[in-house]
Design a protein around this ligand. Structure first.
Ligand code: ZN
Length: 146
């Protein structure tokens, strides 16, 4: 089975999904972070302690593991909880982009330029991006065009 951020809700059993979602809502997923080969997180156990969950892959997950004793299917509720947590990050990111766009749209041109100039100073990556992507496309002044 291959899971992606988009398809996991179709691939995993509904009961497991419900429990996973419940775990996320109850704030039982912690320490979610991207690793060089995927994602890792800890999910609190119902009784005590926590399980370590790992998913291998960035967008597509072909392998995963959880330290819990579940062996009734390919995916346990802790894995489902972490998949929901990853999905939530995507949602937050999209909301953040939408909010930023909305804010920029409300600025006048001078305000937009100010934001951009500030960002260029703060973010060397953005500077490089703009130079690489747009510098060559600035039209050169035409000579003797009258
Ligand atoms: Zn588990």
């Amino acid at each position: 089975m291959v899971l992606t951020r988009e398809n996991f809700e179709q691939k995993i059993h509904a009961i497991i999904l419900d429990r996973g979602k419940e775990y996320l809502l109850r704030d039982m997923v912690g320490n979610l972070e991207q690793t060089t080969d995927g994602w890792k997180a800890t999910v609190k156990s119902e009784s005590s302690g926590a399980y370590q969950v790992r998913l291998f892959g960035k967008e597509t997950f072909e392998d995963w593991d959880c330290t819990c004793p579940f062996d009734h299917g390919p995916v346990c509720k802790h894995i489902a909880a972490v998949l929901y947590a990853i999905q939530q990050i995507d949602v937050y990111e999209k909301e953040e982009i939408a909010m930023t766009n909305e804010h920029i749209e409300q600025l006048d041109n001078a305000g937009k330029i100010e934001v951009l100039q500030d960002a260029i100073v703060q973010l060397p990556e953005l500077r490089q991006f703009i130079l690489k992507r747009y510098y060559r496309s600035i039209p050169e002044e035409k000579e003797g065009n009258s």
